[in-house]
Structures are given as C-alpha cells and as structure tokens.
Design a protein around this ligand. Structure first.
Ligand code: NAP
Length: 479
C-alpha cells in the first residue's frame, strides 16, 4: 500500500495496514512528519478539540499537559506513535507526489514524484487532508506591500513582533488563537474583520499532576474521560440542524456571552454574527474577546480595498500603516489532492470529473467510482463541526482495510465502488445537508464555488461509524 502524506491520517493508515500484514510506503512532501501540526507554528497554535479526544484510540497518552494541547506537543505525540509502531523506515520524506495512474492490465497504481522517483502499488491512500494550501486574500497591491508578510500557516518564528504595528486579516479558528498572543507583544494590532464568528468558551487549563497520575495508573479512567467528551460533543449535533430548538438555545447563550464579556455595546454588536450557529466553524476561545478589548487593539470592519508599500487602505480612504501583515485567511480547501494528477479507468481524470460535478464527491468520503484500489482519508464530506476528526480517520482506516479484505475474499485484483452506489450516496448526503446549518447564508470553506457543501459530513458521527463497519459487497465491482 502506498500512502500519500505523513500526518495524522497517513500515520494511522500506516500503523493499521502494517498491523494487517500489508507492506507500506508513506510518501511525505516535507522533511518531517506531522502534517498540519508540523506546518502550523503561529503563536497560540493548539488543537480546539480536547487532547484525549484528539488522539488515536489505540495509542492513548496519559500525560497531556493541557486540556487542549499545543502544536508542539501534538507533533511530539505523532513522532512517538511512529516510533512505537516502528513506522519510521516506511516513511520516505521529501517526496512530493505529482501523478497517480491506474494501470488496468496489472490493476496497480503507478506513482510519480517531483524528484522523478517512481513507485508501483496495488493500493493507494491519499492522506493529505483538506487544509494544506494556504490561501492569501485576493487584494490588489498585496505583492507591493514591503513590510513583513506572514500567513498563519507559514509563520516565521524568527520574526519578533515586539513593538511592531501589526494587522491581522481574518478572524477564523487560526486568527482567534493567534490574535491574543500577537496582542501581548505588538505595539498596536488592528484586526480586519469581514464578518464575525460564533465563539464558545474553551475552558482550557493545564492538567494537575494528580490527574495525569490517575490517567496513567487507571487506563479505564482515561478511557472514560475520553468517552465522556466524545458523547458530550456528539450530543451537541442537533445544534447544527437549522432552526432546531438546541440551535436556538445555544445561539441565545452565545449572544448573551458576547454581551456580557464585551464592555462596549458597539463592539459587542460588531462581534455578533448574523448567520446561523455552525454555518461556519464554531470557535473556541477564552481570551479572544478580552484581547480585542485591550488598549493596543482595534477591530476594523471597513473593507480593505488595496495595499500599498506600507499600509492597508480601507474603502473609506484611510491608510493603516503597519510593520507586519498577518493573513489568517484560511486555506484552499476544495482540491482534496491538489497538485496531483489522478487518472483512473479509461484515463478518467479525477479533478476534471469533480469539476464537472460542481465539486469533489466520493462514497463515504473514501472511494470514487472509476478509481479502483484508491482511497481517501478525510476526503470529501467527512469534515465535522462538532467532534474529533481523528475519530473519522479511524473509521475510514477500518473501512479501507475491510474493503481490501473483501477484495481478497473474492480473489480479485481490483475493487471499485459502483457509479450507482456512489451517485445514490451523494444524492442522499446533499439532500441531508440541506437541513443543516452549513447550508445557511454565510461564506465558508465548506462550500464549493457553486455553493455545494463538499467538505462536511451530514449527520452525527455514530451514523458514520455504523456505515463504515464493513463494505456492502453489492455496492462494489470486483475485477
Ligand atoms: P478560515 O476559517 O477560512 O478563516 C479565514 C478568515 O479570513 C475569515 O475570517 C475570512 O473572513 C477572512 N478573510 C479571507 N479573505 C479576506 C479578505 N480578503 N478580507 C478580510 N477577511 C478575509 O481559516 P482558518 O482560521 O485558518 O481556519 C480554517 C480551518 O482550519 C478551521 O475551520 C479549522 O477546521 C481548522 N483549524 C483548526 C484549528 C484547531 O484548533 N483544530 C485551528 C486553526 C484552524 P470571512 O469569514 O468573512 O470570509
């Protein structure tokens, strides 16, 4: 099996596939493993899912330092997993995959990398994730700005913000983590907000030694703790259903929170979204509202019109002079396997097929008709708003190995989801998504340019778990 990417998904797949007796090669474009937790090093970068819940069920860590671990600790956890399961020699670093081609005669995939190395594999798994291509704002003059310019995902840790005048564009999940940290150091910070987001309490804190000792000596306690948060978040799923009673109740609570925590009613109004709760990612923060109320911080809502050599120019003609511009403006999230040409049966081009359908789609987010022996982790329609993506990845890894088992049982060389099954699945999921908050009137990275929701799963995670226990043989064509 050839796996593309050595982040959470690729590592999980590698461990489980090796455990199932498959030989594994993982190709990683960077010089280290870790994916998003290697790349994102902005100040305050941490996971907004609880650490015990955002880790492998089969490799639990008892000594997480905090309820919400920082990026360095998560990266260290992944390194420990790679070593514990002896995966390191199977990971080929600095290998950027450029092309995947299915050879129908041999039922194998030929894989080409940027360095010219070629591989051949019976099975290919894409584990590159959804958020790996930083998106810069499309603003005239961006290139002419001569001050320091950083994207949240390409942070320069050697740059000292102390005493600097800084602008942050954006206020999504990355921005709410970095803004409080930047505000502590900068002389002045202006946050350019296009539209506000719903923010819930994070209640983060360091674990006490006694808690870590309990987790270490009573693994059942650690398991209970993890399960508690799984079910607590799962229970919140109805908040994502448009106009549901839980959604209305939570919305009222969050409006109340802004009003209570933000002293100025004008700022509170600026920070209160008009779109439904959950339409965009619900953010978790304890220090975002306090940071915005510091004397050295201003929130600017006048749209940015352009940049010049040393300032952002807003639509009212004001020049905001800054030393440093931070774009916390998210990612290109719709490509799924960006920069890789994928050709399947009859030389079908995966990216062109998706373009013709108005956006990416797959069966259970895992497999695509016309592309046998090829699987996705964290593929189309598998992102969540309310639970841990590691849970989804483990479901997908389980399903892929069960599908390979099915192929072996049938004595075939290639297995492919039928066009009918995939079509039916996607019609149903798009129908179900219409009743969710994601279909609401907001911009989000969950929707394609045509407005189709292509990133998110349509219901609770138990539903996904049930559907990924085993493949239905009748949904597959085996060669
Ligand atoms: P994002 O949610 O896509 O937010 C991008 C922000 O940039 C938005 O506030 C957007 O405004 C703004 N923006 C974009 N172009 C702009 C422009 N021209 N002018 C003004 N504002 C502009 O990106 P993100 O914060 O990096 O988060 C992306 C995803 O990464 C999250 O949803 C989450 O899934 C993941 N993430 C997770 C964690 C974690 O702790 N697990 C942490 C960080 C990120 P509009 O909203 O008005 O479009």
């Amino acid at each position: 099996m050839l796996i593309v990417g050595a982040g959470f998904g690729g590592i999980c797949m590698g461990i489980k596939a090796k455990g199932a007796g498959l030989s594994v090669v993982i190709l990683e474009r960077a010089g280290d493993i870790g994916g998003t937790w290697r790349e994102n090093v902005y100040p305050g970068c941490a996971c907004d899912t609880r650490s015990h819940h955002y880790s492998f069920s089969f490799f639990m860590k008892s000594d997480w330092s905090r309820r919400f671990a920082g990026h360095a600790e998560i990266l260290e956890y992944l390194h420990n997993a790679v070593d514990a399961f002896e995966l390191r020699d199977d990971i080929h670093l600095n290998q950027t995959v450029r092309a995947l081609h299915f050879d129908e005669d041999s039922s194998t995939w030929s894989v080409k990398t940027a360095s010219g190395t070629a591989y051949r594999a019976r099975f290919v798994v894409s584990a590159v994730g959804q958020l790996n291509q930083p998106a810069w704002p499309d603003l005239p003059g961006l290139e002419t700005f001569s001050g320091k310019r950083m994207h949240s995902a390409t942070w320069d840790t050697s740059y000292d913000l102390k005493g600097k005048t800084v602008a942050v564009i954006g206020n999504g999940a990355s921005a709410v983590q970095l803004i409080p940290e930047v505000a502590k150091k900068a002389k002045h910070l202006t946050v350019f907000q296009r539209s506000p987001n719903w923010v819930v309490e994070r209640n983060d804190r360091a674990f006490r030694e006694i808690e870590k000792t309990l987790f270490r000596w009573i693994p059942f306690w650690a398991w209970l703790y993890r399960s508690y948060f799984y079910w607590r978040w799962e229970k919140s799923w109805p908040e994502f259903i448009t106009n549901s009673r839980p959604a209305k109740k939570k919305t009222a609570q969050l409006k109340e929170r802004v009003a209570q925590e933000v002293n100025s009613s004008e700022l509170a109004a600026t920070l209160t979204p008009k779109f439904p709760l959950g339409c965009r990612r619900i953010l978790l923060s304890d220090d975002y509202y306090p940071a915005l109320q510091r004397d050295n911080v201003a929130v600017e809502t006048t749209p940015i019109e352009r940049l010049d050599a040393n300032s952002l120019v807003t639509a009212d003609g004001i020049h905001h002079h800054v030393d440093c511009l931070v774009a916390a403006t998210g990612f290109h999230s719709h490509d799924f396997l960006p920069g890789v040409q994928v050709t399947g049966l009859g030389n079908a081009d995966l990216h062109k097929e998706w373009e013709n359908k108005g956006g990416a789609e797959a069966y259970l987010g895992i497999t695509v008709a016309g592309f046998p022996n090829f699987f996705f982790l964290y593929g189309p329609n598998t992102n969540l708003g309310h639970s841990s993506i590691i849970f989804m990845i483990e479901c997908q890894v389980h399903y892929i190995l069960k599908t390979i088992d099915l192929l072996k049982r049938k004595g075939g060389s290639a297995i492919e989801i039928t066009h009918n099954s995939m079509g039916e699945f996607n019609r149903t999921i798009q129908q179900n998504l219409k009743r969710t908050a994601w279909a609401g009137s907001c911009n989000s990275w969950y929707k394609s340019a045509q407005g189709k929701i292509i990133n998110n799963w349509s219901t609770h995670t138990v539903g996904y778990w049930l559907r990924t226990r085993r493949p239905i043989a009748g949904h597959y064509h085996v060669k």
